[in-house]
Design a protein around this ligand. Structure first.
Ligand code: GLN
Length: 494
């Protein structure tokens, strides 16, 4: 079992398919039925890939019947964020500018999932070009949180997180540039992993902030998430930023007790500005780790992480302004109608003004500003310097501990429309951006609940480990999860 709820693990699901006690077609049909019944309420998906999924499922069942080898994810339905290219269906990044865009190829992560037998059942709604923390910036309308449909699921991978929480599929892919996997995982009560920079190929991921972006999994349990990461991780000749470092077996040591491990607990992460339930979840988790035999290390400070938000909101828009220059109304997507006296410049300007939503336009303007001559040194160069210092601070912290514990987000899920000014939205990422800035790995796992207006809302706790130390990250997370399975609640929409 993956939780105190009766959700079977991915390994159990695959065993069932391989031993023909169930079938890939049955799993896909169940997933499609769930999508059909809940989509009108939740809007997790931009597109359901019904025919594609049923066709692939039938092929997998036929391969099993012929006794052929099928992979570690045989028959498992997967939901994929709509900024990850699939050669079937559309890849719109939640943007009008890419309405109806069809990718001619599959992302490497998709190819690898499919090599293991996974079946993509839908493309998940997201904030436009992954810019946002609530999934309200999608051109296709907001996704709603399955725990409370008046609230956001977090973002930008909100559709992926909510889809897993609502039982559309046992796992999903998202992308995380500053928290977009971990923060929605926290708000939807699921596990979400941002792998180390260079661990997963971004070939086929529509670029946002190229020095920050990573693709990663959502799942119900740490073990399931590790299994999905295992499938997608590793060097890819088509993405020169992937590391040529062997991928360890993530499940080999996942159940090894945490006894003897040192877990850092920086005091500043349990700030009085956080919701009290968030701080309680983090401190309870620290007590739990101490009980499980880990040593809690409190003399870790990380003061420069206070500058994470300002650093991130210079670097990410700068990179975005460059990456999004390709959407010019000519090569891709939406093209404006021109009046006879308008020229090529009008075509670019009008296509971009019509195709991009307000948050994306704001980021492009911020990004071009911080890169412009005269401001480059004051903002962009300075942000890169602070980035280096933050990275050094994490290196020093990891000399004292194996993992750092803290909150994923300062509050539980907030109401739709609750953060109208951009700055209050940006501050949702205060605990997540630093892992991207430093290139380390991090995950969010369910750590408890907040009681808000007679409702229980999930709280995520975050663990961070040094770059490429995903085995320790999973092991530490797994121990907490194992001790807390009985506390998990089924998502009420389920
Ligand atoms: N919320 C952050 C932003 O808006 C992070 C987004 C992400 O990780 N893709 O930039």
């Amino acid at each position: 079992m993956a939780g105190g709820t009766n959700i079977p693990s991915i390994e159990a699901v695959c065993d069932g398919v391989r031993s023909r006690q169930s079938s890939a077609v049955e799993l896909v049909e169940r997933s499609l039925a769930r999508i059909a019944s809940l989509e009108p309420k939740l809007n997790c998906l931009h597109e359901t890939l019904k025919e594609h999924a049923l066709d692939r499922a039938a092929r997998i069942d036929a391969a099993i019947a012929r006794g052929e080898h099928v992979g570690s994810l045989a028959g498992v339905p997967i939901v994929v964020k709509d900024n990850i290219a699939t050669s079937y269906g559309t890849t719109t990044c939640g943007s009008r500018i890419l309405e109806n865009f069809r990718s001619p190829y599959d992302a490497t992560a998709i190819e690898r999932l499919e090599r293991e037998g996974a079946i993509v059942v839908g493309k998940a709604n997201c904030d436009e070009f992954a810019m946002g923390s609530s999934t309200e910036n999608s051109a296709w309308g907001p996704t709603r949180n399955p725990w409370d449909t008046s609230r956001v699921p977090g973002g930008s991978s909100g559709g992926s997180a909510a889809a897993v929480a609502a039982g559309y599929a046992p796992a999903a892919l998202g992308s995380d540039t500053g928290g977009s996997i971990r923060q929605p995982a926290a708000h939807c009560g699921v596990v979400g992993v941002k792998p180390s920079y260079g661990r997963v190929s971004r070939y086929g991921l529509v670029a946002f902030g190229s020095s920050l972006d990573q693709i990663g999994p959502f799942a119900h349990s740490v073990r399931d998430a590790a299994l999905v990461l295992q499938a997608i991780a590793g060097f890819d000749p088509r993405d020169s930023t992937t590391a040529e470092i062997d991928v360890p077996d993530y499940l080999a040591e996942i159940d090894r007790p945490v006894e003897g491990l040192r877990i850092g607990l920086p005091r500043r992460f349990t700030s009085p500005d956080n919701d009290p339930a968030v701080n309680k979840a983090v401190l309870d988790a620290a007590d739990e780790y101490a009980r499980l035999g880990a040593t809690i290390v409190e003399d870790i400070d990380l003061p420069l992480t206070d500058h994470g938000i300002s650093t991130y909101y210079v670097i990410a828009p700068a990179e975005a302004s460059s990456n999004l220059a390709r959407f010019d109304g000519i090569r891709y997507g939406h093209r404006a109608e021109l009046a006879p006296d308008e020229d090529l410049f009008d075509l670019y300007a009008r296509s971009r003004a019509e195709g991009f939503g307000p948050e994306v336009q704001r980021r492009i303007m911020l990004g071009t500003y911080v890169l412009s001559s005269g401001y480059y040194d004051a903002y962009y160069k300075r942000a890169l310097q602070v980035r280096r210092l933050i990275k050094q601070e994490f290196d020093a912290a990891f000399a004292k501990c194996h993992a750092i514990l803290g909150p994923t987000a300062p509050t539980p899920a907030f109401p739709l429309g609750g953060k109208a000014d951009p700055l209050s939205m940006y501050l949702c990422d205060v605990y997540t951006v630093n892992a991207n800035i430093a290139g380390i790995c991090a995950l969010s796992l369910p750590g408890g609940f907040a009681e808000v207006e007679d409702q229980l809302l999930p709280i995520g706790i975050q663990l961070q480990c040094r770059a490429f130390d995903e085995p320790t990250l999973f092991r530490v997370a797994r121990m907490f999860e194992a001790a807390h399975l009985q506390d998990r609640l089924a998502c009420p929409v389920a």
